[in-house]
Design a protein around this ligand. Sequence first.
Ligand code: DGT
Ligand code: CA
Ligand code: CA
Ligand code: ZN
Length: 580
Amino acid sequence: MTVSNAEIAAQFEEFADLLAAKGVDYKPRAYRRAAENIRNPPDSVAALAREGPEAVERIDRVGDAIAGKVVEYVETGEIEELAALREELPVEMEALTSVEGVGPKTVGTLYEALGITTLDELEAAARDGEIREVEGFGEKTERNILDGIAYARRAHERTLLGEARPRGEAAREYLSSLDAVTECELAGSLRRWRPTIGDIDVLAASDDPEAVVDAFVGWAEADDTIEAGPSKASVRADGTRVDLRVVAPAEFGAALQYFTGSKDHNVALRNRAIDRELKMNEYGVFDVAGVDDPGADQRAGERVAGETERSMYEALDLGWMPPERRENRGEIEAAAAGDLPDLVGEGDVRGDLHTHTDWSDGNDSIAEMVAGAAAFGHDYLAITDHATGPGMVGGVGVPDAELREQIDEIRAVAVDADIDVFAGVEANIAADGSISVADDLLADLDLVVASPHAALSGDGTDRLVSAIEHPEVDVIGHPTGRYLNGRPGLDIDVETVAKAAADHDTALEINSNPYRLDLGGSAVQTAVERGATVAVNTDAHRPSNFEYVRLGVHTARRGWAAAADVLNARDADGVRSFLS
Ligand code: DGT
Ligand code: CA
Ligand code: CA
Ligand code: ZN
């Protein structure tokens, strides 16, 4: 029996939460950092544990106390101290802390005061006005908790794109390897790269659908079969539903077009077909002029398209369009006008302009991040550690004096680096729009990212515009501060923000972190339309995070961004000229 790194890490995350709930200082943070490093190394931590605690201590930020507990868990399946804590505080921590504004400490307080252990109990207490009576809570907090519960319940029904994508790609690879399958593609929201996914849709072409269905329900990653029929099946893989449909090769393009959606895009296309006396459905496009009852048979009339997706669009006098555009946000009108310029591609991004090192809350040194960026294929990297300021809980921010030292260190690393390195900072945008770092220091940096980190509710338009207008600010990081499945973030009037950004040559970030994807597609579309420049950054806290960039690139494509709209699709000199 092997114990996964994720499982071990989860023990320490729970440990940290329970200690924090009990009001213990420092230790929770140490446990959380250790958990992060346990989760990440490529090696099996369980294997290290079997060598003994000294081997486990080789993991960064894991000392002897934690190493001992790792060994205990791997050997016995339990950490005694954690089990005791769980008994003392029998709360559903993960569910409760999924509510925006409710952290482990709040959970502890509400358990002590009201005995709340579940989300249902929390909701009942908020409805009954019990929470406002607890010391340190008020009516406003109570109302926020109620809103947060509703949001958390809705949000958790969907899977993050960043999790669903690799799972979908694994399914596609598996199915493509089958002899019976002639073609296989992802469809649905996953093919459109929506930030969250209801279910994964996979489409296969085959003359032997039953063989494909059989193989699919036998897929090693399928945990259980939800349903299986002659030409379609659904399984659950790691909590997410995967729908497979198998179609005849001659109708693959029609099915791919239909099942890619979006539904709104398809409805608009079907209306266009009707206007042309055509019928469009998942089996093809059919000329139904002169057919008495076109609805009687799905394939009634003369087939004019269906084998390829392109043929489906061409039958309607439209060019093929990338799935990211198919949200019925003007793409059909644009295609009809022949106005579908190329979108930015994964290969266009040449560097990353928002990254962290161990000077703040990143995991690795400046040199390691630079080497990682070079290995990833980037031409340049900006180091932008957190400055101090509100929202930087737990002292992760770098004070101004240390930032000056860091600039020297970045310049020193740059001398031997294979790529260009920009010395930057991620400054905080306070609720009033002010920036947390001294102006003369900002002026000495190559690049200033400014981002909102706290007070992330209500209208943030003026706040962002103030930061955009600041002469030293170059990029607005994760502009709304949203967390997918977590919190909605600031409301912003994107047109106003985009216009200010265009006027002041400040770029708006598409933060590629799978929990953020902020700005999202429709905001990017407005921003780009108004002439703003976007930056597709990863906010990497370790070199492996550079991989997130593709999520950001496809988000940019959902916003119709071309390479020319993307700051870091320029070469290093192009970036320099934008910054100066
Ligand atoms: P999701 O799964 O909620 O993230 O979103 P989708 O877009 O993947 O939706 P899903 O899985 O329900 O269906 C996949 C695609 O199938 C959808 O994007 C468009 C197509 N589709 C499904 N139902 C309908 C429908 O009633 N009418 C039309 N026109 N298309 C549909
Ligand atoms: Ca779907
Ligand atoms: Ca589906
Ligand atoms: Zn950051």
